[in-house]
Design a protein around this ligand. Structure first.
Ligand SMILES: [Zn+2]
Ligand SMILES: [Zn+2]
Length: 236
């Protein structure tokens, strides 16, 4: 149907790429071609446990050397995007500058992917929590928003796991500092939501995995049967 309102809308609110801000001719898209092209997907072959991609593409998925030597506490981890270029820009805009259009744009790109969500099927989704003080400051938990938009068919528990220490931002910290930063930072508050359950832990970005590891430790100590992990992006 011909939409007579679009030209007026374009006149009043010229469309620009929400990532790099260059003007866009096509009103229906939110990202320019260059930004869209800069989105790096995590493509197979990947490690069947940690989900990290193998450099050599001439093989099937298998368990990577790191997971054989140091098996992680989670059973499976998957992420659609590498934490680079436009993905990094969009996540930072959303998380620290409240740009919810950036979040929607990233979810729109995710929805175009043939991403296997079946292997992440679980009894309950738990977004990695923020400390209540930081949640009050920010007004939203980015992990909760991701969980709500992507895992619509699994119950979500927003308060089964608590962040009991208001740790400094992980951004800019070295690996050892990140590990120390989150030790003992999480506590299970509702054991009945955890016990004997398969949990899907959701976060926005996984870098060293220190936060995820600490959450897994706490969930498994509280009696979880298994913990799976999904993050929107993964630092490679
Ligand atoms: Zn752009
Ligand atoms: Zn691995």
């Amino acid at each position: 149907m011909f939409d007579i309102f679009i030209p007026l809308k374009e006149l009043l609110f010229p469309n620009s790429c929400i990532c790099c801000k260059i003007p866009l001719k096509d009103y229906s898209s939110r990202l320019c071609t260059q930004c869209l092209d800069s989105i790096e997907l995590i493509s197979h072959p990947i490690c069947s446990i940690c989900g990290l991609p193998f450099i050599s593409k001439n093989q099937d998925d298998h368990i990577c050397g790191n997971c054989i030597l140091h098996p992680p506490l989670y059973s499976i981890k998957r992420s659609p995007f590498c934490y680079t270029a436009a993905v990094k820009e969009l996540i930072i805009s959303f998380k620290y500058f409240y740009d919810f259009l950036s979040f929607s744009a990233l979810i729109d790109v995710f929805n175009t992917l043939e991403f296997n969500l079946d292997i992440l099927d679980s009894d309950v989704v738990i977004p990695v929590p923020l400390h209540p003080k930081r949640l009050r400051q920010r007004g939203f938990n980015q992990a909760s928003l991701i969980a709500k938009r992507i895992f619509k068919n699994i119950p979500i528990s927003f308060n089964a796991l608590l962040r009991t220490r208001n740790t400094p931002h992980q951004m800019g910290l070295k690996k050892q500092e990140r590990l120390k930063n989150v030790v003992g930072a999480f506590k299970v508050r509702k054991k009945d939501k955890i016990r004997s359950k398969t949990i899907l832990l959701v976060d926005d970005v996984v870098t060293t995995g220190a936060t995820i590891n600490e959450c897994c430790k706490e969930l498994l100590n509280a009696g979880a049967k298994e913990v799976k992990v999904f993050s929107l992006a993964q630092a490679i």
